[in-house]
Design a protein around this ligand. Structure first.
Ligand code: ZN
Length: 109
């Protein structure tokens, strides 16, 4: 349900911006700590775009790793897990990067 409303708003935004153009490709960036599951977005995308100008558009999703600063061991780390946990075992981490959910580019015909 979470991903469905997010995907709906992404599709609405793109539909607004592209006016009458036929959208053929979309690139999204979904950070590891965004709380959004890329596979769910892919699934919802097909549902949400059905019967719209965006139907059949190629959806690409990049998942950049997250970055955290650990307060326990004072190091910065790059994490590819969706749970921010330092390799020292501490969960007392500050998220520096990885919460983003953005439209990187839209390709129109
Ligand atoms: Zn640590």
């Amino acid at each position: 349900v979470h991903e469905l409303s997010i995907t709906q708003s992404i599709v609405d935004t793109i539909a607004d911006k592209t006016e009458d153009a036929k959208v053929i490709g979309i690139l999204l960036e979904i950070g590891k700590f965004s709380g959004v599951v890329p596979d769910s977005v892919r699934f919802c995308f097909d549902l949400v775009t059905d019967g719209t100008r965006l139907q059949g558009a190629r959806l690409d999703i990049t998942e950049p790793p997250g970055r955290v600063h650990c307060r326990a061991c004072q190091t910065d780390q790059e994490l590819t897990d969706t749970i921010p946990l330092c390799s020292c075992g501490s969960a007392d981490v500050e998220i520096i990067d990885g919460r983003q959910l953005r439209i990187k580019s839209v390709e129109v015909a």
